[in-house]
Every structure is written in structure tokens, then in C-alpha cells.
Ligand binder design. Structure first.
Ligand code: FRU
Length: 491
């Protein structure tokens, strides 16, 4: 495949054509990372949902596969997860050839149109051929709806501590937790969230998993809950909680909301199941868009892309636990080492155009280190610009102690009133600041200080970027290092 369309990402996953939203059913099995996704093959806007499918052996290069699940008489196929049923607890495979089990939501559009509440229920399908073909279980739904609005997005995992399956799903303004011995019969255990977290919108796509606290032997449980609208910068976003989980009930350390990503465009993200223990990583991927405008962004043949896969880790700062995200290291192999340009110490006041040696900034990896003295410039940051003076600007504003991502001059803005908005993220800087940035056509993912803060944003400049600038207002900023390189296409 060679993608040449305007705005087509070259190293992020996007569907070959048509509409895509949430990543679904991410599971690793027999050397392959599976990625399913909410897919409507007949249009570039949302419609009756299918599960699209792709696989990768390295989390970088993806191969498109045929659609895995089609809607049927029970409904559209909404978001969900997948696991390897290693012990064949479901009886749907064999001990020697354990089945892959997908757990998804049926969304019944007829009930929805008639104004019913019990629109959604949970169902399973299985594969005994490495995910290439799927058979829907005859006893579906496995969790019927007994009067819950927005009852969806089941996420299943094997819980070593209790030697059972657990499932977490979203139910409008909270999550529900279930347990099972065989993936077919589910027992309701508890609720979480009516009195915790953000409530500016509907809770969707939860994920619950243990994570070791960096540099300790302590483990905590992390609960991801996507919410739409109600994000910190409007529309869709991903919140998380840390706490304890005993197989029945989740107890959060604090009821306050924490955000996994402060940008506009990282939604419905969850993590891979069954990543081998020797690897041990908790790998996350999100949908790089926002329901505020996802259906009207100016791409023609397809809509949306996924974020880069990211490793989640847990750190303790003072008495608080926080989740860090960093890009998976596999990405390094597509950084084109022949194009690397390093710049040494430089004191920059006002504005400096960096030497980019003509590299393609539209598929690039940028790393910057700054030294922050006792007093920080009023505002400093980076600007990417094209020949039409369309630009995106990412900066730190000292008076408000915030990062800002400004796409208000980024070219094509007319498709939605909600798009030309500056997102902000609170951040307390240390004595140095490290920025790692991935640009791919129409997106930018920014990892601050090794993933302590992340912002993911999309934009639609009408011409490629031709200039990279560092600017500093108020006083000079000391840039101790910068490294720029092109990233190769994965297709
Ligand atoms: C999140 C979501 C899910 C639902 C799916 C439908 O973006 O609304 O809650 O399962 O999309 O496509």
C-alpha cells in the first residue's frame, strides 16, 4: 500500500477507507498484536458498527484484515475487548488450541428508535484460527440489559488473584464490575463512580488492570474511564483512577479526576490483553479524534487514525499516584537515522528558526531539552509553520503554569465551530524540560518529561510544514539540545 492522500498519516494506523472510531478487542496472541476497531465500511461518517481488523507483529507495521464482526439481528457491534481463554474455561476451543474470545456490546437501533432504555447488551464471539474468523456464541447476550441506559463497552481480564474472569463495563454515569468462571455466565459484583470523577458526559470504554509502581514492589490497580463530553478541553477525553481491587470492588485512592491525556484528540483508549509476562508492558492505544468534530474533519476517503501505541507506567509523586505514557520503543526503528540533525546549546530570545536541513517535518520526530533557570520566560515554545503562514504553536505559559496547544491558525478550521480552540494543561516544571514530539501529517503527540504529561492534537494545515521555530517571550530561553529526524512510512 502507498497512501498519498492529503492528511493521510504515514506511521499511524488508519483504515484504508471509510469511517473508524474506537480501538477494540486489542489482544496479543501467538506473535501477533490484534487491533479491532469500530468501523462503518459504507461511509465516512458513523453508522451501523462493525469490528474492523488489523494485525501487527511489532506494534508499528499493520496489516489490514477483513472485517471481523458484522452487525446482525441483535444489533450493531459496539466497542469491547478480547482475551485468550488459555484454560478453555468457555469450552469454545480446546486446551491445545485455546479460543480467542471477543466481548462486545450489541446496540439495538430499533429499540433505540422506539425510545427504549434497554438498547444495549453484552455478547461474545470466538475464534479458533488466530482471529481470522469469528463465530458468534449461540447463547448471546451473555449480559442482558435490565434497565440500564448507555450500558456498554465490556472489558474483560483474567484476574490471577481470584482465579476468575472480571469484566468492567460502563453504565451511563458509572462503571459496573462483574465476575465469571467461563466467560458465558456473569455475576454482577459492584458499581463504581457515581460519586467520583468527572460527570460532564457519558462514561464509556473502561479498562481495569494492575500496574507496578515504578521503583517499588508495590502494585496498584488502574481504572481507565473515557468520558464524552466533559473532557478538560471540551468534548471527549480519558480519565483514570488508581486504587485497590479485590475481584469484586474497586476502591479509588481519591475521587478526583485525573486525565491520561490533556489534548483534544485521544479518546476511547484502552490497553492490550495478554501481552506476554516476559514483556510485562501495559500497552495503550486511543482513537485520535473527538466526538465534537470527528465526523466532519476534512479527510475524504477515510476518517480518523489511532494514537501511537503507548506504554503506561505508574509513578508515585509525593503521595499521589500518576500514570505516565511513553511511546513504545518499537517506534525507534522507523526513525530515519540518516536524517538526524542535532543542535547544541543555544540561547534563544524572541524567535529562532531551526536548521531542518530540508527534512520532511510532516513525518518527523522532534526532541528538545530546555534548561529553566530561576526565572522562566513569560512564554516559550515551538511553532511549526508552512508557506502560507498557517501554524501550530505549542508553548509553556509561566504566569498560568500551563502548556498550551494553539491550532487556531492551523489552516482549515471551517468544518466545525468547536475546532479552533486552544487547549491548556496545568504543569509544574522542574529545572529542566524535555519534549518529545511526533508529527504525522495532521497530528501531533507531545510527551512532556518522559510522559508525565501528554497532549495529542489533530489539525489540518492546507500545505506541508516548511519551518520550525523556537520562540521565547520576556527573556531568553536556554535550549540545551535538540534533535530532529524524519520518520519512515509504515505502509
Ligand atoms: C465511544 C463509543 C462507545 C460505543 C462506540 C460506538 O466512542 O460511543 O461507547 O461502544 O463508540 O461506536
Amino acid at each position: 500500500i502507498r497512501y498519498t492522500e492529503q492528511y493521510r498519516p504515514q506511521y499511524h494506523f488508519s483504515p484504508d477507507s471509510a469511517w473508524m472510531n474506537d480501538p477494540n478487542g486489542m489482544v496479543y496472541y501467538d506473535g501477533e498484536y490484534h487491533l479491532f476497531y469500530q468501523y462503518y465500511p459504507d461511509s465516512t461518517v458513523w453508522g451501523p458498527m462493525h469490528w474492523g481488523h488489523a494485525v501487527s507483529t511489532d506494534l508499528v507495521h499493520w496489516q489490514h484484515l477483513p472485517i471481523a464482526l458484522y452487525p446482525d439481528s441483535l444489533g450493531y457491534i459496539f466497542s469491547g475487548s478480547a482475551v485468550v481463554d488459555w484454560k478453555n474455561t468457555s469450552g469454545l476451543g480446546t486446551q491445545e488450541n485455546p479460543p480467542l474470545i471477543a466481548i462486545y456490546t450489541y446496540h439495538n437501533a430499533l429499540i433505540a428508535e422506539a425510545g427504549g432504555v434497554d438498547v444495549e447488551s453484552q455478547a461474545i464471539a470466538y475464534s479458533i484460527d488466530k482471529g481470522r474468523s469469528w463465530i458468534k456464541y449461540e447463547g448471546n447476550p451473555v449480559i442482558p440489559n435490565d434497565g440500564n441506559r448507555d450500558f456498554r463497552d465490556p472489558n474483560v481480564f483474567w484476574n490471577e488473584d481470584i482465579q476468575k474472569w472480571n469484566l468492567v463495563l460502563s453504565a451511563h454515569d458509572h462503571v459496573q464490575i462483574y465476575s465469571s468462571d467461563n466467560l458465558k455466565e456473569w455475576k454482577y459484583e459492584s458499581d463504581f463512580g457515581v460519586d467520583a470523577g468527572g460527570h460532564g458526559g457519558v462514561w464509556e470504554c473502561p479498562d481495569l488492570f494492575p500496574l507496578k509502581v515504578d521503583d517499588t514492589d508495590e502494585a496498584k490497580w488502574v481504572l481507565i474511564v473515557n468520558i464524552n463530553p466533559g473532557g478538560p478541553n471540551g468534548g471527549s477525553a480519558t480519565q483514570y483512577f488508581t486504587g485497590e481491587f479485590d475481584g469484586r470492588k474497586f476502591n479509588a485512592d481519591t475521587k478526583e479526576t485525573k486525565w491520561l491525556d490533556w489534548g483534544h484528540d485521544n479518546y476511547a483508549g484502552v490497553t492490550w490483553a495478554d501481552v506476554p509476562k516476559e514483556d510485562g508492558r501495559r500497552i495503550f492505544m486511543g482513537w485520535m479524534s473527538n466526538w465534537d468534530y470527528a465526523q466532519v474533519v476534512p479527510t475524504k476517503k477515510w476518517r480518523s487514525a489511532m494514537t501511537l501505541p503507548r506504554v503506561l507506567s505508574l509513578v508515585k509523586k509525593k503521595d499521589e499516584f500518576m500514570v505516565r505514557s511513553t511511546p513504545v520503543e518499537e517506534i525507534n526503528k522507523i526513525i530515519n537515522t540518516e536524517t538526524v540533525i542535532s543542535n547544541q546549546v543555544k540561547s534563544i530570545s524572541d524567535e529562532a528558526v531551526l536548521n531542518t536541513n530540508g527534512i520532511n517535518l510532516n513525518q518527523s520526530h522532534l526532541v528538545f531539552d530546555f534548561e529553566l533557570g530561576d526565572s522562566i520566560p513569560h512564554e516559550f515554545g515551538i511553532i511549526l509553520e508552512n508557506n502560507l503562514n498557517e501554524q501550530i504553536k505549542f508553548s509553556y505559559v509561566d504566569s498560568t503554569k500551563q502548556f498550551q496547544f494553539d491550532r487556531t491558525q492551523s489552516g482549515n478550521l471551517s468544518f466545525s465551530e468547536k475546532f479552533a480552540h486552544i487547549s491548556t494543561a496545568p504543569y509544574q516544571t522542574g529545572s529542566t524540560l524535555n519534549l518529545e514530539i511526533f508529527i504525522d501529517a495532521a497530528s501531533m503527540e507531545i510527551f512532556v518529561d518522559n510522559g508525565d504529561l501528554v497532549m495529542t492534537e489533530i489539525f489540518f494545515c492546507t500545505q506541508p510544514f516548511s519551518k520550525l521555530k523556537i520562540f521565547s517571550n520576556g527573556q531568553a530561553i536556554s535550549m540545551t539540545h535538540s534533535q530532529l529526524a524524519e520518520i519512515k512510512s509504515i505502509w
